[in-house]
Design a protein around this ligand. Sequence first.
Ligand SMILES: *Cc1c(COP(=O)(O)O)cnc(C)c1O
Length: 363
Amino acid sequence: MTAPAPRPGIMDIRPYVGGESAIEGVSRIVKLSSNEGALGPSPKAMEALKALAPEIHRYPDGGAEALRQAIGARYGINPDRIVCGAGSDELLGILCRAYAGPGDEVLYSAHGFLMYAIAAKACGATPVTAPEVDLTANVDNLLKAVTPKTKILFLANPNNPTGTYLPSSEVARLRAGLRPDILLVIDAAYAEFVSRNDYTSGNELVEAGDNTVVCRTFSKMFALGGLRLGWAYGPENVVGVLNRVRNPFNVGSAALAAGLAAFQDTEYAELCKRHNDYWLPWLSEQVSALGLTVVPSVGNFILIRFPKDAGKDAATADAFLRSRGIIVRAMGAYGLGDSLRITIGTGEENQMVVDALREFLKK
Ligand SMILES: *Cc1c(COP(=O)(O)O)cnc(C)c1O
């Protein structure tokens, strides 16, 4: 007798480990490990959540009508081409299951978001990576890595954990160089933070064909990671697939209500954007001034590279920051064992990070 066996690939998955949130014996924790919005959720989102409490025996609107309408109106896109998900992670997973399987390849850049490998293996497909240049996705390398088996290309733009991005001209060149039957999934989880004239989340590529989809999330700028809410904008054929494969009530009523309130609180979103616009360059400059290498980021986090010297390396820095109650993200799982990723926090938290790193380097 043998136990039931999962499909090939499943046991190769290294389970995703989220950012830690506690240190034994430390009461005040500064959690900068998961790129959650520094200022917390919109007060209006919190009110909407409370107001919903007496109604939670009701099933949610499985079509997420009000939220899709609001998103469509804001971005000038057709609400019928939007699908909401329990975080964008759910949508990335569904796309993998629907478009790839055993024998197929799922392509992404070397330091792309960890979920792509998990989603690929979970559906039995083979994850394939293409080398980056200066910790940035490289269109030529991605195109060279395409084989007849390639079914999906995931591009996080901007990428997590590097914080780097491709300008829209490069993403368009990528799309143009890919076979039309390859699904390009642009994961724009940090789009709200980017202030660059040459950046777009990629909606124009969705509209130009039937093979590109953009995924967005409420977990970062809108700071609703605990509720699980994301959305995809895609062509009719891809939206039809997502709506067939997702669970009918995949997004809960709490996420829908708080998400809509957060989305409509544009004043608060602007405050969060201004906060990041100030503190992202501030933290980058302060950490660089300490002699560490900071990868130029357009998101709400920075990747810091440490020297290899014993006592000054990333692992020792991580332990030192923890001893000060500061939790950041170690990058071994991304093949960047010499780096730490730090989320932009409140002004006080950012100052604590700089002070702690200064003390660490002086030791
Ligand atoms: C955080 C993140 C996501 C996941 O967001 P959820 O909507 O919380 O599932 C997706 N892609 C990237 C690149 C991220 O950093």
